[in-house]
Design a binder for this molecule. Structure first.
Ligand SMILES: [Fe+2]
Length: 413
């Protein structure tokens, strides 16, 4: 049964598989300049099931849709070792249905946060207070004035039989952007001082941060206590003793999402993302395929004309062409924080998105869908970009996957 599951998991290995002739299920319907009515007409001609507007924080990418009755092809081999994202359609659909009341509670929590309620106060009321005490003792609530994206950080001690067994386990609430019209936010669970601590070297505290996630968002069990999913991830990653750490619960809101990025971190091998509520559109592909796509795009005969609208400064476009000419240099440019022209190309250029969609790198995730993102190293990882497709905030779990250093030492995770 596992082989059957894995065989239907993903689409983007198409270039190395006999299913090359099949068309991708997601299509780029029309550029953003077309109005909704005309886009609908075009979608109808293309046999598109549902039309979606793709945009983020004021940038318009275009109209996309899923072709009716076109399902991802069956593929025999797992993509993990080639850094390719793996979609598991509806893999946790039953679990999501069973967790409906927990997800509704989390939506209520989100809306209370959006209404400016203090999270520490909320956690002193039910259902949170019963779930947190006596194991997690809320020590402090803080707000870092220098971090404009931070909403609130709550710090806990972990208490076992009246003894403190771990300190400074925290959940940090942050906006996903500075944009006023993007209400996307996340709850990130970790410990210690951000940026200074080698979190991978302290598995017990990583595990306690995971337990804190489950106390606040018990629907986390959809991933962490799901033997069928765990067995599949074990098979795909060839990691026998799995742990889910550095957990993030996302609420992607209209006009929000995440720009193209990777999630490489020492000690982690990848990320499992499960959509629980609402839908997201993804562009996701291995770094090597992203490099190939960028190089291909800049060889278009009309590239300068296309990019002049997105990157008006001629010198910036020349920098992009020069640094994108060779794969090694382009790889370093992707990792460079000072790469505005490249960032504009991959995030805000409708024609580039159109090319990625045409080449099969787009996905729509609905509640119950899972995507696995290999993150072996900065050179061998899956890059991804996320868009909210609904008029309301969705919810998703995003957990880093690592090898458990001491098998069976903490059976709860
Ligand atoms: Fe990510």
């Amino acid at each position: 049964m596992l082989d059957t599951l894995i065989q239907r998991v993903h689409w983007s290995m198409k270039k190395t598989d006999a299913n090359l002739s099949q068309e991708p299920p997601i299509v780029y319907v029309a550029p953003p300049t077309l109005d909704r009515e005309h886009a609908h007409r075009r979608a109808h001609e293309l046999d598109v099931e549902e039309l979606h507007w793709l945009g983020r924080r004021g940038y318009s990418i275009g109209w996309i849709g899923q072709i009716a009755n076109r399902t991802p092809p069956s593929l025999a081999e797992a993509a993990w070792s080639s850094d390719t994202p793996i979609v598991l359609p509806q893999f946790v659909a039953k679990e999501v249905a069973r967790a409906r009341s927990m997800i509704t509670t989390s939506q209520q929590l989100l809306h209370r946060i959006l209404d400016d309620e203090d999270c520490a106060d909320i956690f002193l009321t039910e259902p949170y207070v019963s779930r947190l005490t006596p194991h997690f003792e809320l020590l402090a609530s803080s707000h870092d004035e220098s971090d404009q994206q931070e909403i609130e950080t709550l710090e806990f001690d972990v208490v076992d039989e009246e003894e403190v067994v771990a300190e400074n386990i925290w959940v940090k609430l942050s906006w996903l952007s500075y944009a006023q019209d993007d209400a996307s936010l996340r709850f990130r669970f970790s410990f210690g001082i951000v940026g200074y601590e080698d979190v991978a070297s302290d598995f017990p505290r990583q595990a306690y941060a995971g337990e804190l996630t489950e106390a606040i968002f018990p629907e986390s069990e959809i991933v962490s206590h799901n033997e069928r999913l765990n067995e599949t991830i074990r098979h795909i990653t060839a990691v026998e003793n799995l742990a889910f750490v550095e957990r993030i619960v996302y609420f992607n809101a209209p006009n929000g999402g995440a720009q193209f990025h990777q999630d490489v971190e020492r000690g982690h091998i990848g990320v499992v993302y499960a959509q629980l509520h609402g839908r997201t559109a993804w562009l996701a592909l291995s770094k090597s395929n992203l490099i190939t796509e960028i190089k291909h795009f800049i060889t278009r005969s009309d590239v300068d004309q296309v990019l002049s609208e997105i990157i008006p400064d001629r010198e910036s476009r020349q920098t992009l062409y020069r640094r994108a000419a060779a794969a090694t240099e382009l790889s370093a440019y992707l990792d460079d924080e000072e790469n505005d022209p490249l960032e504009a190309l991959i995030n805000r250029t409708p024609a580039f998105t159109q090319q990625l969609i045409a080449n099969g790198y787009a996905y729509i995730l609905s509640p119950g869908d899972v995507i696995l993102l290999p993150q072996h190293s900065v050179d061998r990882c899956a890059w991804h970009s996320v868009f909210c497709l609904d008029q309301f905030p969705g919810q998703a779990l995003s957990f880093a996957i690592r090898q458990r250093p001491q098998p069976r030492s903490r059976d709860k995770l």
